[in-house]
Design a protein around this ligand. Structure first.
Ligand code: GCO
Length: 255
């Protein structure tokens, strides 16, 4: 009998920030591998639109509209899951914002908001999910890092610090939750074609720099990250934890 280590049938995955961009691509990939997906975002209309599109393709899709920076909303969402008998087997902490400004001009409030959404939210949602995963002795946590988990770029300090924190939070989760049957890993996307990067893509100098700096000489496409997500969400990675996998066209590996 052939086994499919990448089959997610019977698993439920919560992907934060999944009504568009990378999150939507992650949700599509996990759904294609058989998972029931729970889409998250703050814009309920956009969330339902994305859910309808996926249901039309035959996928099992739920929605959970909450602000990832609001602890009360996170707790209420997981209490709803408890009440409805929804077990989150796979958590993808994808939601994030970018805020580009030199540090000398950066307001503390703007710094803090980026850290709240891009780092602290992953801890809070991860903790609420892991409490329940630990009871079942099973869980897959996939945090979304960045090239800036390793390397700094001028004008994106809070994003860089948050993504560096994501790399170490992933290791901390692996350290504490491995014995509970939970594997915690991260994906580090390269420069991807997303709304968040539109200004960069449309800047000829930046576009040229990305293509010159990336061995594959191009920006990445969101659906090119799906395979890495499926791998980390599946039995294929059952003895992998604390790792960050860069899907970046080779950029982080070269000078
Ligand atoms: C930027 C970009 C990057 C990419 C990605 C790279 O302003 O440099 O937004 O942060 O989005 O994170 O891995």
């Amino acid at each position: 009998m052939s086994i499919n280590l990448f089959d997610l049938t019977g698993k439920t995955a919560l992907i934060t920030g999944s009504s568009r961009g990378l999150g939507q691509a992650f949700a599509a990939g996990l759904a294609a591998a058989g998972a029931r997906v729970i889409l998250n975002g703050v814009n309920e209309a956009r969330l339902e639109e994305a859910a309808c599109e996926m249901r039309a393709q035959g996928h099992d899709v739920l929605t959970a509209a909450f602000d990832v920076s609001c602890e009360a909303a996170i707790k209420a969402t997981f209490e709803r899951f408890d009440d409805e008998g929804i077990d989150v087997d796979i958590l993808m902490n994808n939601a994030g914002i970018q805020f580009r400004k030199p540090m000398l001009e950066l307001e503390t409030a703007d710094w803090q908001r980026v850290l709240d959404i891009n780092l602290t939210a992953s801890f809070v949602i991860g903790r609420e999910a892991a409490k329940r995963m630990a009871v079942r002795g099973y869980g897959k946590i996939i945090n979304i890092g960045s090239l800036t988990s390793e390397l700094a770029r001028a004008t994106v300090a809070p994003y860089t610090v948050a993504k560096g924190g994501i790399k170490m939070l992933t290791k901390a989760m692996a350290a504490e939750w491995g014995e509970k049957g939970i594997q915690s890993n991260a994906i580090g996307p390269g420069y991807m074609v997303t709304d968040m990067n539109e200004a960069l893509i449309n800047n000829p100098d930046f576009d040229s720099w990305v293509k010159a700096r990336t061995p594959m000489r191009r920006w990445g496409l969101p659906d090119e990250l799906a395979g890495t997500a499926i791998y980390l969400a599946s039995d294929a990675s059952n003895y992998v934890s604390g790792q960050i996998i860069y899907a970046d066209g080779g950029m982080i590996s070269v000078l």
